[in-house]
Design a protein around this ligand. Structure first.
Ligand SMILES: Cc1ncc(C[n+]2csc(CCOP(=O)(O)OP(=O)(O)O)c2C)c(N)n1
Length: 800
């Protein structure tokens, strides 16, 4: 490991002196020691039962410090659970916050990353003010929120980097302040060596190479993925070796790929400096393979690494521990004296211990305070109750617990009320009130922010109906959409639309025809066939203030992106407790075409995996356009599933394109009736209306309701009102049996209390278990008729 170059003679006032240079290095050493000490102590805290699980960044400290030196305001990180040292070195994580998250402190002041909602070491910065509005992200160093699925951080990294390109090259955005300074921001990615086996890694690496974005991706290579060695993970056991074909050539396209050792402080500092400079200035992707890293305490608190590492490997890890190596280097080049380093090491131990203790007290004190309150109430009940012995016993157990949890107080309170049941004690009411208050407080602590709390929440968007001039033209549905997208692109310079075939030909159904010519390749563009990173790209862009509309060509291929949608996008606001948002709009199309893969309607899968994203299922293109307009006015993610067979059907052209909105969670009664309520959505709305017409011919009056959005679902309980009138209900869709139709049924019968208004068994009519539905309006006729027969077999006899 070479000596760092000593700065030349001072030539101007900006240049650092050797003393300052030395001070910086010593400070780096101190940060490394602090982080290591936090890892060691963190593990102990888990093993002694104060925290449930721990995963730490020991063995990765030095490279992360080198990386942090190049991390500037406006930059973004997308990484994983090993990056505590980077965060500490970048000034984004204090020791106290580190421990607060380990203990799951629900207070965002204590754990700003997640308010105790994430496992430890899942870091994030807060991009939003308390009211949900954006902060100026150019004034801070930023980290997108980690998550646990390995490699899951990769797709969004692409978008974080692509945003810089968009901002640099798009002059129309000069008014859109607070996110970028001429696209000078770099997106820093980190991933473990074993996680590079994931498809998400390769898809992202390829896409970033195609797009030439300012991304510096570091692979932390410690030779293992938990217990599985590199030879089972990576061809040639080296990610930099296998990716050589991506290396930049004389045309300048491709990647800069660099391999450097995780224990070589000086080389790491130099590598990151050069790499980040290239990325920032030239907008090139860089891959830094940081090899020969270690994991002194093994993967996590779940087990010990002696089970799978050989003696030789363990010895090597000891010898090549990066902090030990840095220490040797400091002494070898006389940058520091041994005593000075010993003093730092001693002080660090004390500092970390003190911060840990404070974090523990901060976590425990409110819990103890609640415990004291409830104990007081219980004592009063005990004095009056005939069961005071049992109550005293519970109280003693509660008060003698040295590490009480919130649920202990709550459970004890409930058990006490059980013991005092039947006794008419005024004191019991106080305890009941306490339980209710505690539940409400816990809801705020643990359950909020699945959806936006801001003034831009989708449910607050003003309803503006479509406006039609007299003799409004009848046009193909796709024309309504296209003209609405045109209006959107004109209205929102920060909006962009992309996907497979979305650019040059304007989409497989021409919903974007001519828009690339009009708005340019930056705003409307083609992507590779890469659904996962199309969504990831959108998430990264949205995290940086842009308004991406990301196309998944057919609903059936959403499966490729469901992981990133479910794990990353849907959980984002919740897992940061309102600290970040990514208002991505997903545009896709499905239902009822032909074949196994173009007739899909897997809405049960979608709504069950994507709580946190609004799911709009419009019956026609005007409704679809209205949903896009609504979502653009809101700050929440949403998906619009257009009906594949609706593009060529005629619709009236509204004249307030880009402005009219369709409210979310508000069903529409499309046909009034008195006998049976049919609840459906999407393409089946037309079929339900056809079925209703045929039923009218045999004297059955059907009310057809289009739910319009599945998430949120009928927030005003409108459907139960219809049921009160008809007392019979059929839920109709093209998902598998027990899918979204069962969801709708549960909502109406259980949540809306529809059960009490039934006079006939409620029914669902869905597709077959295989994918294409093959259903028709006859099925609807038969189902509804069958329900009427059940109620009155004489008037409605069976016909076949
Ligand atoms: C998709 C997924 N599969 C499996 C896991 C369980 N898991 C957690 S960490 C890990 C190993 C990751 O190894 P590596 O990428 O080398 O990172 P390291 O932990 O060594 O830093 C595994 C298999 C997971 N979190 N996500």
């Amino acid at each position: 490991m070479p000596m760092p170059k000593k700065p030349k003679e001072k030539t101007n006032t900006d240049e650092v002196t050797f003393d300052q240079f030395r001070e910086e290095i010593i400070n780096d050493y101190r940060i490394a020691c602090e982080s290591r000490e936090a890892s060691l102590l963190g593990r102990k805290e888990v093993l002694t039962g104060k925290a449930k699980f721990g995963i730490f960044g020991d063995g990765k400290e030095i490279a992360q410090i080198a990386m942090a030196k190049q991390f500037r305001n406006g930059d973004f990180r997308s990484g994983y659970y090993r990056d505590q040292t980077f965060m500490m070195a970048a000034g984004l994580l204090t020791l106290k916050e580190f421990f607060a998250q380990l203990y799951s402190n629900p207070d965002i002041e204590a754990d700003p990353a997640s308010g105790g909602r994430q496992m430890n070491a899942h870091v994030a910065t807060r991009s939003l003010h308390d009211d949900g509005s954006w902060k100026d992200l150019t004034l801070s160093k930023n980290s997108s929120a980690d998550m646990s699925p390995t490699g899951g951080q990769m797709p969004r990294l692409l978008g974080l980097a692509y945003a810089s390109k968009f901002y640099r090259e798009n002059e129309d955005l000069s008014r859109h302040k607070g996110f970028s300074v001429e696209g000078n921001e770099v997106a820093f990615g980190t991933i473990g060596d074993a996680s590079t086996s994931e498809g998400l890694f390769f898809e992202t690496v390829n896409a970033a190479g195609v797009l030439q974005v300012p991304m510096v991706l570091s692979v932390w290579d410690d030779g293992h993925g938990i217990s599985v060695a590199k030879k089972y993970q990576t061809t040639k056991e080296s990610i930099s070796e296998v990716l050589k074909g991506f290396q930049r050539d004389e045309n300048g396209e491709g990647y800069e790929i660099i391999r450097v050792m995780g224990w070589d402080y000086a080389k790491l500092c130099e590598t990151y400096k050069n790499a980040v400079e290239i990325a920032r200035e030239q907008h090139r992707p860089i891959l830094i393979h940081v090899d020969e890293m270690t994991q002194p305490q093994g993967h996590s608190t779940s087990g010990s690494h002696e089970r799978y590492k050989s003696k030789d490997r363990l010895q090597w890890e000891d010898d090549f521990d990066c902090i030990k190596k840095m220490r040797e280097w400091l002494l070898k080049y006389a940058i520091a004296e041994k005593t000075e380093l010993e003093e730092i090491e001693e002080t660090v131990k004390k500092t970390v211990r003190e911060e840990q203790k404070e974090a523990w007290q901060d976590f425990l004190n409110p819990i103890k305070q609640e415990l004291r309150e409830v104990a007081e109430l219980i004592r009063e009940i005990s004095t009056k109750s005939s069961n005071s012995q049992g109550i005293e016993k519970l109280l003693n157990e509660l008060e003698s617990n040295p590490t009480p949890e919130r649920k202990d107080s709550l459970l004890t309170a409930k058990k006490v009320l059980r013991l005092a049941r039947g006794e008419d004690l005024a004191e019991s009411q106080q305890l009941i009130d306490w339980i209710q208050e505690s539940k409400a407080a816990n809801y705020n602590r643990y359950n909020t922010y699945l959806y936006s709390h801001s003034t831009q929440a989708a449910n607050l968007v003003k309803v503006t109906p479509p406006n039609y001039v007299q003799d409004a033209q009848q046009v193909d549905g796709r024309v309504v959409l296209k003209d609405n997208f045109d209006a959107i692109l004109a209205k929102y310079p920060e909006a962009l639309i992309f996907g497979e075939d979305a650019g040059k030909i304007g989409g497989v159904n021409q919903g974007l025809e001519g828009l690339q010519d009009k708005y340019g390749e930056l705003r409307v563009f083609d992507t590779g066939i890469r659904e996962t990173t199309i969504i990831g790209q959108a998430i990264g862009l949205a995290l940086r203030g842009l308004r991406p509309i990301a196309e998944i060509q057919y609903l059936d291929y959403l499966l490729y992106a469901i992981q990133v949608l479910s794990d990353d996008l849907a959980t984002l606001q919740y897992r940061t407790k309102g600290g970040q948002k990514a208002p991505v709009i997903i545009r896709t199309r499905g239902h009822r075409l032909e074949g196994i893969w173009h007739s899909g309607s897997p809405l049960g899968m979608i709504i069950n995996s994507l709580r946190g994203i609004h799911i709009c299922v419009p019956r026609n293109m005007t409704q679809a356009a209205g949903f896009y307009n609504t979502l653009l006015q809101s700050d929440e993610p949403g998906m619009v599933i257009e009906s594949l067979n609706g593009y060529r059907l005629k619709e009236k052209q509204p004249d307030n394109l880009g402005d009219f909105t369709v409210p979310l969670g508000v069903p529409e009664v499309l046909r009034e009736g008195n006998d049976v309520t049919v609840v459906t959505y999407g393409s089946l709305v037309r079929m339900a209306i056809d079925g209703a017409r045929q039923l009218e011919e045999v004297g059955i009056s059907v009310e057809v309701i289009d739910v319009q959005t599945l998430l949120p679902f009928d927030t005003g309980n409108l459907i139960v009102e219809s049921l009160k009138k008809t007392n019979k209900i059929l839920f109709l869709d093209e998902d598998v049996p027990g899918g979204a139709s069962a969801f709708m049924m549960q909502k109406v019968l259980e949540e809306q209390g529809g059960f009490y208004h039934l006079d006939t068994e409620p029914k669902t009519l869905a597709a077959q278990e295989h994918r294409p539905s093959y259903g028709s309006d006859e099925d609807i006729f038969d189902s509804v008729y069958g329900m009427m027969h059940e109620g009155d077999p004489i008037q409605y006899p069976l016909m076949y």
